[in-house]
Design a binder for this molecule. Structure first.
Ligand SMILES: Nc1ncnc2c1ncn2[C@@H]1O[C@H](COP(=O)(O)OP(=O)(O)O)[C@@H](O)[C@H]1O
Ligand SMILES: [Mg+2]
Length: 255
C-alpha cells in the first residue's frame, strides 16, 4: 500500500533544507584562528559569495566544508552528512585557488583523470566539461604549455566533470580574461538554476553582484551576510567596498 502525504496546508512554503551547514566552525593553525567560530546554513540552487581580503579565512573555510581540512572545533555538514565524508566528496566539486591539475598531462587527460577519480561512467562527460570552458580544441595540449587563464579554465572543467550538486570555487576568475569571466558567470548561473549550490570566494568586490547572497569575511569570521542590495542598504552606501569597511568597523568596535 502506498501512502500519499496530504498536500501542505495552503500558504507558507517550507524552506528548502540546507545543503551546506557550518556549526561553530573553528580552525586553528598554532595560535592563528584562521576560522573563528562560523555558523551558517546555505540553501540549494543559490550562488553564495565569500568576500574578504587575503588572509580572512576563505580558503580555510572552504577546505573545512569540502572535508579537505579537519576542523579544530565545530561541525561542517554537506548534503546532510558530516564532513569529511568520502561518499559526499563524489558529489562535491572543488576548484582550488592554486590549480590542482597535473602539468605533465594533457588537458583531456586531466579531465578524464578527475572523472575517473569521481567514478564518472558517462563517456561524454569529460568532453562536455572541456566544452563548457571552451577548451575542446586544446584537449591534446600538455598543461605546461597552457596559459594561466587556460589552466584556470581547465581547473574548472575538472571540478565540474562529475556534475556535482555542490560546487566550491576558490577565486575562480583570477587571471581569467573579461570575456571568459562573463561566460564563467553565466555558466555558474545556469548550474544554480539547475539546483546546484555554489560557494565562490573572491577578494575583490567587482563580481559580488553576480551572487545571490554575500558573506563578508574578516579575521576568520563572517561579519555580515545578505544580498548585495541588502548589505548596501544596511551600511548606508552604494559602494560595496565601503559597506565592507563599515561592517569591519562595527566588528572592531564591538571587540
Ligand atoms: N596551512 C597553514 N598553516 C598556517 N597558517 C595558515 C595555513 N593556511 C592558512 N593559514 C593562515 O590562516 C589565515 C587564513 O588564511 P586563508 O584561509 O588562506 O585566507 P584567504 O583564503 O581568505 O586568503 C591566514 O592568517 C593564513 O596565514
Ligand atoms: Mg584563499
Amino acid at each position: 500500500m502506498t501512502t500519499v502525504p496530504p498536500p501542505a496546508p495552503g500558504g507558507s512554503p517550507t524552506p528548502a533544507p540546507a545543503t551546506i551547514r557550518a556549526q561553530d566552525l573553528v580552525k586553528m593553525f598554532g595560535p592563528i584562528r584562521a576560522v573563528d567560530g562560523i555558523s551558517f546554513e546555505l540553501a540549494p540552487g543559490r550562488i553564495y559569495g565569500l568576500l574578504g581580503p587575503n588572509g580572512s579565512g576563505k580558503t580555510t573555510l572552504i577546505r573545512l566544508l569540502t572535508g579537505m581540512g579537519r576542523a579544530t572545533a565545530g561541525r561542517a555538514e554537506v548534503l546532510g552528512t558530516a564532513m569529511p565524508s568520502r561518499a559526499v566528496l563524489a558529489r562535491v566539486g572543488y576548484m582550488t585557488q592554486s590549480d590542482g591539475i597535473y602539468p605533465a598531462l594533457t588537458a583531456g587527460e586531466n579531465v578524464r583523470f578527475f572523472g575517473e577519480l569521481y567514478g564518472v561512467t558517462d563517456a561524454t562527460a569529460p568532453e562536455d566539461a572541456l566544452a563548457v570552458v571552451d577548451l575542446a580544441d586544446r584537449r591534446d595540449a600538455v598543461v605546461a604549455t597552457l596559459s594561466g587563464g587556460q589552466r584556470r579554465r581547465l581547473s574548472l572543467a575538472c571540478a565540474l566533470v562529475h556534475r556535482p550538486p555542490v560546487l566550491f570555487l576558490d577565486e575562480p576568475t583570477v587571471g581569467v580574461d573579461p570575456l571568459l569571466r562573463v561566460q564563467f558567470w553565466s555558466h555558474f548561473r545556469r548550474l544554480a538554476d539547475g539546483g546546484v549550490t555554489i560557494v565562490v570566494s573572491s577578494h575583490v568586490m567587482d563580481e559580488a553582484d553576480r551572487c545571490d547572497e554575500l558573506l563578508f569575511m574578516r579575521s576568520g569570521r563572517v561579519i555580515a551576510r545578505g544580498s548585495g542590495r541588502d548589505l548596501r542598504a544596511r551600511a548606508g552606501t552604494d559602494d560595496l567596498e565601503q559597506a565592507f569597511l563599515r561592517f569591519s568597523g562595527n566588528v572592531a568596535a564591538t571587540r
